[in-house]
Design a protein around this ligand. Structure first.
Ligand SMILES: Cc1ncc(COP(=O)(O)O)c(C=O)c1O
Length: 399
């Protein structure tokens, strides 16, 4: 197994040296993978942790008194610990394993809001966020008579705090925020949002796009619910977490009931009553290794890469950005650029890029926005890759 990263200079990153830690990228030298907002590639250290675990044994944690089961239990506890550290949750009691961000975001609606909000209570929500954030609230609001107060983004895709503040009332019980929006890529200021909310309003954060690179600090930012997926942070698909603050834990109620929940009515720790059935051990092992991988990265090149991507895209007069960007604001963009080119639909653009070995996302990106091409970078992306993609876009014929 190769050692985890310690120190690297920005120059080394820019030449794409991260690639050699990712077998899928190493095995496909001709491919430029620019769909990292959909899913990230998996580093060798994570793959070998999974293999090592299953080569030694498979066991069900918390369901046996022999060594293998104890060890599985220990790995599960260590993973909760690693996640609590990653998001500064304060303790591990509120770290609930889910199958991904979508499940976590739905659990906030079904396990908390369903039992704690009353008709007429208000929820702040951005309608152009990912459907996994928006649809659970539209459904519950219809059913329970809750009121959704939609707030706006600025033209550049960041949250318009003044607009959000203007929609707060004495009935505001929950504010839903996407830390990094999956089409705009802007890192929203959670501290400023928390500060503007009434103390009693819960803060529900979708960290699916930020968890792999933008620090989330649950305690410092007063976050009550935080959801993310393993497969967007270098771990496997089918695993993720919902992290819950102490003040809302006791008021949560399970949707699923089953094995491992004999004492669920005691409610302590909250994950005991929220994780029915046998856990996804491969996913848990992968999350633990992914946390170790993330903690070994001391300089993340994403900001430089994103700045370069935008500067490069913006020199092409035919490119129409989904969100307006000005050069001075580029340093807060987190690896995502969504755009169209006059005369081309997003599917055609995606095909041209794919024909040249460049993989991007096209369409509406599961959000209430118009169709576009989305380039999303990761720490293994490089300046050369950005140049190649932008050269192709620059040289497209007029349609
Ligand atoms: C911002 C955001 N939230 C939620 C999700 C849902 O994640 P998953 O499909 O892993 O549950 C995504 C996935 O693209 C996303 O980008």
């Amino acid at each position: 197994m190769k050692p985890l990263l310690k120190e690297k200079t920005v120059l080394e990153f820019q030449s794409g040296n991260f690639r050699d830690l990712f077998p899928a990228l190493e095995n496909n030298p001709g491919i430029i993978y620019f769909d990292n907002a959909a899913t990230t590639q998996i580093p060798e250290s994570v793959l070998s942790a999974i293999q090592k675990y299953y080569e030694s044994h498979a066991a069900n944690p918390g369901r046996g008194s022999y060594d293998w089961a104890d060890e599985a239990e220990e790995i599960t506890a260590q993973t909760r610990d690693a996640l609590a550290n990653l998001v500064n949750a304060g303790d591990t009691d509120g770290i609930i394993f889910t199958n991904g961000a979508t499940m976590g975001l739905n659990m906030v609606a079904q396990c908390w809001a369903r039992h704690n909000l009353s008709p007429g209570d208000e929820i702040l929500l951005c309608p152009s966020d990912h459907h996994s954030m928006v649809l659970p609230w539209e459904e519950l609001a219809k059913e329970k008579g809750l009121v959704i107060r939609p707030y706006r983004l600025h033209a550049n895709g960041s949250i318009n705090l003044a607009d959000l503040q203007g929609r707060i009332s004495h009935r505001t019980k929950l504010c839903c925020v996407t830390h990094v929006n999956n089409t705009a890529g802007w890192v929203n200021d959670l501290a400023a949002i928390r500060k503007s909310l009434p103390e009693g309003a819960a803060l529900n954060v979708d960290a699916a796009q930020s968890i792999s690179h933008a620090p989330v600090n649950m305690q410092a930012h007063g976050v009550d619910f935080l959801s993310f997926s393993g497969h967007k942070m270098f771990a496997l698909g089918g695993i993720g977490a919902l992290c819950v603050s102490p003040r809302v834990r006791e008021t949560m109620h399970p949707v699923f009931f089953g094995g491992g929940m004999a004492d669920y009515r005691d409610g302590n720790p909250v994950y005991k009553k929220m994780e029915a059935g046998s856990p996804n051990m491969a996913g848990i092992v992968s999350l633990k290794a992914a946390c170790a991988f993330l903690s070994g990265i001391h300089i993340n090149p994403l900001k430089e890469l994103t700045g370069h991507l935008y500067k490069r895209l913006l020199v092409n007069p035919r490119i129409d950005m989904l969100y307006e960007q000005k050069p001075y604001a580029l340093d807060r963009l987190a690896g995502i650029a969504s755009f169209t080119i006059e005369g081309w639909n997003s599917g055609e653009l995606g095909d041209v890029l794919a024909d040249n070995g460049i993989f991007v996302r096209t369409g509406r990106h599961c959000a209430g926005v118009r169709e576009s091409v989305r380039i999303s970078l990761q720490l293994y992306s490089s300046m050369d890759e950005i140049e190649k993609a932008c050269d192709i876009l620059d040289n497209l014929s007029e349609m």
